[in-house]
Design a protein around this ligand. Structure first.
Ligand SMILES: *[C@@H]1O[C@H](CO)[C@@H](O)[C@H](O)[C@H]1NC(C)=O
Ligand SMILES: *[C@@H]1O[C@H](CO)[C@@H](O)[C@H](O)[C@H]1NC(C)=O
Length: 453
């Protein structure tokens, strides 16, 4: 596949970094999967000190915020999305002191910290659940913190039958789990180990609000709730006429910790294309760590798997169901374990680590690397045209996708992406008549022949 995207702008506007309440609308948010970012104590698990170690790297990206994957104490049935204590830091990742240090180091570099927040459920190891199951209301009316229901009846063997036929989202059968201790079922929309909280209970709502306030007081700027889609809600491109081409910015087609890495889903030639697309469309941009260097999936055998969703699906469905592949550690340099850990990494790294690593991508000789393209795009993203301009998406029969961003008294920016298999020669004035005869290239993909200004 020969993709030849380039990005043309009449002029490159100077970056604007006005600080305002709606910072999240035009900041690039960097999703940082702490467990796989950098290990500093040799246990093979990334930690908060590892994030601090790479603070200057994060600043060099030009991002506005880091969103930390859940760092709360957790029995790790769902790697942090099953929280056993929402007010503390998992000792695997460090201490509250490390967390405060991290916030300080980020703040010093103009980077905000966003926490993952899981409102729907807690781990069944959470103190609230243990008290609820025991109907222990000594401190608080914990017995009503979760959704408990009596059986709908009993089968021939006197086994309790679930209250109804609801199924869990994880595809693991009934959403109801019997508690021998309490002699009732509890609801779990996800894993059996994640009990749904009872939001009809005002005390639960108050408790959760207090948790949010606690982290805000610790310097957190915002929360990402347990669904990625909110952050993309603004991505739909303006209301100007568009063609009937499939929506180019379907958020699910971009990277995160629940989807195979996009160079592995598509091909390496798509890396710059996708970055150009999301960076030049309106709305918040989310980058999953590693995507900036075009990191590929790790190769994980069934016996090395960690994600229960994959393991419980069995060896034959592991590759389809497991999210371990996209959670492989960051390769920092061409070294053992990519410099991620001196110990045995909790998951294997992508085999491409010897060439596809941060040090190599950042080197000055490698000027057309994915990382260099990414950084230029982040800077472009900060221009007024990108944050405030109108947006028009056009396509051509040959497979060109053109995003035009216009703002009065500011440079117009055209993103020209070749989504087809062949080299294309196109007359851009058929897309925009008023184009000047000479255009400057702000950034082009690594396989585009022309050089940049
Ligand atoms: C829990 O998650 C489900 C599925 O994502 C959602 O439909 C529901 O509204 C959530 N409930 C709460 C209380 O957040
Ligand atoms: C109930 O909770 C209180 C306070 O957390 C604790 O001291 C007590 O031991 C618990 N009782 C039982 C029966 O577990």
């Amino acid at each position: 596949m020969a993709l030849l995207p380039l990005l043309i702008s009449c002029l490159l506007a100077s970056a604007q970094t006005a600080d305002n309440f709606y910072w999240y609308k035009d900041s690039v948010v960097y999703q940082l999967y702490v467990r796989s970012f950098q290990d500093t104590n040799g246990d093979g698990i990334g930690d908060l000190k590892g994030v601090i170690q790479h603070a200057d790297y994060l600043k060099s990206l030009g991002i506005g915020a880091v969103w930390l994957s859940p760092i709360y104490p957790s029995p790790n049935y769902d790697y942090g999305y099953d929280i056993a204590d929402m007010e503390n830091v998992n000792p695997e990742y460090g201490t509250l002191e490390d967390f405060n240090e991290l916030v300080k180091e980020m703040k010093a570099r103009g980077i905000r910290v966003i926490m993952d927040f899981v409102p729907n459920h807690t781990s069944i190891k959470h103190g609230w659940f243990l008290a609820s199951e025991a109907r222990n209301d000594t401190d608080e009316a914990y017995s009503e913190f979760y959704i408990w229901k009596d059986p709908s009846g009993y089968d021939g063997n006197n086994k309790p039958l679930p209250p109804n036929n609801w199924l869990s989202v994880m595809g693991t059968g009934s959403a109801w789990q019997w508690s021998e201790k309490r002699k009732q079922f509890y609801l779990h929309s996800f894993l059996v180990e994640q009990a749904d909280l009872n939001y009809d209970n005002p005390i639960v709502r108050k408790k959760m609000n207090n948790v949010l306030k606690l982290w805000m007081n610790r310097g957190v700027s915002g929360f990402r709730m347990d669904a990625v889609s909110w952050i993309y809600d603004d991505l739909a491109c303006g209301n100007e006429p568009t063609s009937d081409h499939p929506n180019p910015n379907n958020p699910n087609d971009y990277g995160n910790h629940d989807q195979h890495r996009f160079p592995s889903r598509f091909s390496d030639e798509w890396v710059d294309v996708l970055h150009m697309m999301v960076m030049t469309l309106p709305g918040t941009v989310l980058t999953y760590n590693g995507d900036e260097i075009g990191l590929e999936d790790a190769y994980v055998r069934y016996d090395e798997g960690k994600d229960l969703q994959g393991l419980r699906a069995g060896p034959s469905r592991f590759a389809a169901m497991s999210r371990d592949f996209e959670r492989g550690p960051m390769p920092w340099k061409a070294a053992k374990n990519g410099g991620f850990s001196t110990g045995r990494p909790w998951l294997p790294l992508a085999p491409s680590l010897w060439s596809r690593n941060v040090e190599n991508e950042a080197s000055e000789e490698n000027k057309r690397s994915h990382l260099h393209v990414y950084k230029k795009l982040v800077q472009l993203r900060k221009t007024k045209t990108m944050t405030e301009g109108s947006c028009l998406v056009q396509t051509s029969d040959e497979g060109l996708l053109i995003i035009t961003r216009v703002l009065r008294d500011n440079p117009t920016t055209l993103t020209v992406l070749n989504l087809g298999d062949f080299e294309i020669t196109a007359d851009l004035t058929t897309f925009r008549r008023s184009l000047p005869s000479s255009l400057g290239i702000v950034v082009s993909s690594y396989n585009f022949p022309a050089t940049e200004k």
